[in-house]
Design a protein around this ligand. Structure first.
Ligand SMILES: NC(=O)c1ccc[n+]([C@@H]2O[C@H](COP(=O)([O-])OP(=O)(O)OC[C@H]3O[C@@H](n4cnc5c(N)ncnc54)[C@H](OP(=O)(O)O)[C@@H]3O)[C@@H](O)[C@H]2O)c1
Length: 135
């Protein structure tokens, strides 16, 4: 299973490290879209993940995680190409303060969305998280 992730800061990299640690995912399964700095590139290089430029590459993912700053979440959703949204690839945001209703207003109220708030202990598979699902 491939997953896509936006943002490899503290939380994004903690989640991916947790998946790799348990072999839930292999590095080749992870497609990363980074932000403006070199952060995602550095982490991707050190973990062997694939950094993407073209968002259509996310069409092969089974799940997309959004671990950007809250202010970027809705613009990230707006940037998703038709190839991704037409496949109705489930999206999970871990960003604080951006509700399922706000995300659904961009992608449609019936789009498969979830909002989760984990903690960075997910990096060592000891995390505690809350999760809410759209209808
Ligand atoms: N840290 C926690 O304990 C924690 C707990 C629960 C929830 N969260 C949530 O997790 C999210 C990330 O938090 P964090 O602590 O990991 O922050 P962070 O370390 O600042 O990481 C955020 C990352 O998002 C990237 N980014 C911003 N806009 C982007 C875009 N349009 N496309 C791709 N990447 C983008 C940034 O990349 P550049 O800097 O390169 O632009 C940055 O590396 C936040 O929404 C926060 O509310 C965090």
């Amino acid at each position: 299973m491939k997953i896509g992730i936006f943002g490899l800061g503290q939380m994004g990299s903690a989640m991916i490290r947790g998946y790799l640690r348990t072999n839930t995912l292999s590095p080749a399964d992870v497609l990363v879209k980074g932000g403006r700095s070199q952060t995602a590139k550095k982490v991707s290089n050190s973990l062997g993940l694939t950094l993407i430029d073209n968002l259509t590459e996310l069409a092969e993912a089974s799940l997309i995680l959004i671990a950007t700053n809250p202010a970027s979440v809705l613009s990230v959703l707006e940037s998703l190409p038709e190839e991704v949204t037409a496949n109705r690839i489930p999206i999970v945001s871990v960003a604080g303060g951006v509700s399922l209703d706000e995300m659904g207003a961009v992608l449609g109220a019936d789009y498969p969305l979830a909002h989760s708030i984990p903690n960075t202990a997910v990096e060592v598979n000891q995390g505690v998280l809350g999760i809410a699902y759209a209808e």
